[in-house]
Design a protein around this ligand. Structure first.
Ligand code: PMP
Length: 340
């Protein structure tokens, strides 16, 4: 399968916007090319549309060549862009697992693309035959999220490999939570799968949700095409600078603490009478099933603790999703629930 053939016709032939900084790339000089305010205040110039310095740093951190990295304004940006690249509105469709991250469906709807959702099994495992049976000749995208939000589980690597090898379109593998998992994910295997786009984000383990920086990794042709379609200056000056600085230090200690706390919280919750079930998690949250989700939710709110009520989502009946906080915050959570 040729990825080029999967692109929408208008994207294949698109002449992208060329910025002032594309036409001239020297570093010293008098810039009278971009209609900026000339008085230096640290922010008066447009950011690098290609994020070269930051990409180089991310390439070192992730051990992926720069040509295989796309930087987005959160991973929500590449989620939207893949629809714009590959799906002809009203004609093409996408397939996703369910329950999963809500933005896949919203981005499909915004782009007027039909999203077919394939329900996971009651234990959140994935029946690949069922998933593939939902695809047809108009299915351009297949979304997988591993570890999955809100269930927290990873799918076995053999399952993901089989999908990558069988599906004749683009597989978007969202690894937003992979840093909390005990398996490595697919980043080191990009080479093997020309139809794979991996999404990661600095919003979770790296602690930069407020800066908005998401990543897509794929073969260079896909990265180039994403870059042609994105807003020219999608990553602002402040984000490029602060993210670069913060990438100097890996958040390994925090990740280890969050993983240890996930275990402590899960084991404590198991002993509480109100908890019906705790789903095993490879992410920085746990999904728990209770008899009276709304009542538990309200009790937590009254104690100043906000969790996510997922109880009305198919497959998550009775479930709350609880993010792992600091040890102190988790202790308050456990103390509040213990006596319910
Ligand atoms: N993917 C998944 C699975 C998520 O849960 C989230 C955020 N909750 C995102 C992507 C989006 O992350 P961001 O836009 O902050 O990079």
């Amino acid at each position: 399968m040729e990825v080029r053939e999967l692109l929408r016709e208008n994207i294949r032939t698109l002449s992208p916007y060329s910025t002032a900084r594309d036409e001239y790339q020297g570093s010293l000089g008098i810039y009278l090319d971009a209609n900026e305010n000339p008085y230096d205040n640290g922010y008066n110039r447009y950011p690098d549309p290609h994020q070269k310095v930051l990409k180089q740093k991310l390439s070192e951190v992730k051990n992926v060549p720069v040509e295989k990295i796309f930087i987005g304004n959160g991973s929500d940006e590449p989620i939207d862009l893949v629809f714009r690249l590959f799906c002809e509105p009203k004609r093409d469709n996408a397939v996703s697992i369910a329950p999963s991250y809500g933005m896949y469906k919203v981005a499909a709807a915004i782009n007027d693309v039909l999203m077919r959702e394939v329900q996971l099994e009651p234990d959140f495992s994935l029946d690949v035959d069922k998933l593939l049976a939902a695809t047809d000749e108009h299915t351009k995208l297949l979304f997988l999220c591993s570890p999955n939000n809100p269930s927290g589980n990873c799918f076995p690597k053999e399952t993901i490999e089989r999908i990558l090898k069988t599906f004749q379109g683009i597989v978007v593998l969202d690894e937003a939570y992979i840093d909390f998992a005990d398996q490595p994910g697919f980043l080191s295997r990009l080479e093997e799968f020309p139809n794979l786009i991996i999404l990661q984000t600095l919003s979770k383990a790296w602690g930069m949700a407020g800066l908005r920086l998401g990543l897509a990794f794929a073969q260079p042709f896909i990265i180039e095409t994403l870059s042609r379609v994105k807003y020219p200056y999608n990553i602002n000056v402040v984000t490029q600078k602060i993210v670069y600085d913060r990438l100097q230090t890996r958040p390994d200690t925090q990740i280890q603490t969050i993983i240890a706390e996930r275990k402590r919280v899960s084991e404590a919750l198991k002993t509480f009478p109100l908890i019906r079930k705790i789903y095993p998690s490879d992410a920085n949250f746990v999904l728990v099933q209770v008899d009276q989700p709304r009542q538990v939710y309200e009790t937590l709110i009254a104690a100043g603790i906000i969790v996510r009520d997922r109880s009305r989502i198919a497959g998550c009946e009775g479930c709350l999703r609880i993010t792992i906080g600091t040890p102190e915050e988790n202790t308050v959570l456990l103390d509040t629930l213990k006596n319910m």
